[in-house]
Design a protein around this ligand. Structure first.
Ligand SMILES: [Zn+2]
Length: 347
């Protein structure tokens, strides 16, 4: 049997490195985080809905889809408005608008059954509308769209599909190619938990909230796993993280429009701050990583994903045992056996 201390030593970390990473990543008061970060998430939602990232011209669904299909190798041809947000190692990560749900002819948005907007409350549930703030998160290199899967058909045509959860999951899963990559994936999962709660977002000089990746953990992760994907389409792991951050902004927009207005749910007895949107989506990614690492049961993850229609966020109680560097009292855990944390004994 192996203790957590022995596991980190096997990963090539000295005791002081473990403590330094823990100091940078640890989360105080995880249980109360939803309320604690609510105001910041609300600011980020309003930033994303506002004009900092242009909404672009009115377009129909077909013109939006054809831009991706036809001009994926040259985004300078796009009519839509590109708002670059992050740059790393020659890659640009940002938001394009309008996203497909913002097309003028898009009609698939239905307000939730529990929505309490004026119309839904009065018995006319809002159905068949669009999401005017929807955006298309992207990664590009020069003008080439990178955040897509390209499939080369026998006919010589290329079928281009924007990244889905499935693509992202397989990019990450394929990265688990050797024992040494374990720690890189653990750091990625730990960083994603922090981004889910916007713990590393700060306002820049223009008042725009931006993600500043935790330095030491990112450096350690990149040293072990610099890129995801293969060959000429490989991308820096930081670019994938920034992409997920932009996705997080858009996830908040999606739930806001459907009835978790301002990231709260209204109950008869008052309103309650919600994790829906960014937090749940990014905690689903962390959950998937924890399953890949054999720290969460794969069956439980898969079944929950099905039940949650594509969402299965880790609960706050599940987070630190899977990502111990987030513990605010790591030293109490270092001499425990990893099986006590729910990890598979083979690790
Ligand atoms: Zn409504």
């Amino acid at each position: 049997m192996k203790t957590l201390r022995e596991y980190y030593a096997e990963m090539g970390l000295s005791e002081s490195q473990v403590l330094t990473l823990n100091q940078e990543l640890s989360i105080e008061g995880l249980a109360g985080l939803t309320d604690f970060v609510h105001e910041k998430r609300l600011r980020s939602l309003n930033q994303a809905k506002g004009d900092a990232w242009g909404h672009g011209p009115d377009m129909d669904g077909e013109s939006i889809a054809s831009e991706v299909q036809k001009s994926h190798m040259n985004m300078s041809m796009w009519k839509r408005t590109l708002s670059p947000v992050y740059k790393v190692k020659g890659f640009t990560i940002g938001a394009v608008r309008p996203g497909k749900e913002a097309a003028i002819d898009y009609k698939n948005i239905n307000h939730y059954k529990h929505c309490t907007c004026h119309s839904c409350k009065s018995g006319k549930r809002v159905m068949g509308v669009n999401n005017p703030h929807d955006m298309f998160p992207y990664v590009a290199k020069k003008d080439v769209l990178i955040s897509v899967r390209r499939r080369y058909l026998k006919s010589g045509k290329v079928k281009v599909t924007p990244w889905t959860f499935e693509h992202l999951f397989s990019l990450i899963e394929k990265a688990y190619s050797s024992y040494e990559k374990l720690l890189a994936l653990e750091l990625l999962g730990s960083i994603m938990v922090r981004i889910a709660f916007m713990l590393d977002h700060e306002e820049d000089e223009e008042g725009i909230l931006r993600l500043h990746l935790p330095k030491i953990a990112t450096e350690e992760m990149v040293g072990r796993l610099p890129k995801l994907g293969e060959g000429k389409w490989a991308i820096p792991i930081e670019a994938v993280i920034y992409f997920l951050d932009i996705l997080g902004y858009n996830e908040d927009i999606k739930v806001d429009v459907c009835g978790y207005r301002n990231l709260v749910r209204e109950y008869a007895r008052g309103t309650k701050n919600q994790d829906n949107g960014r937090t749940n989506t990014l905690l689903t990614i962390s959950h998937m990583l924890a399953a890949v690492l054999h720290r969460r049961p794969i069956g439980e993850f898969a079944y929950g994903l099905h039940r949650g229609m594509g969402m299965n966020a880790m609960s706050k109680g599940q987070i630190p045992p899977a990502y111990p560097l987030l513990y605010s009292n790591l030293e109490d855990w270092l001499d425990r056996e990893i099986t006590e944390l729910g990890w598979s004994p083979q690790i």
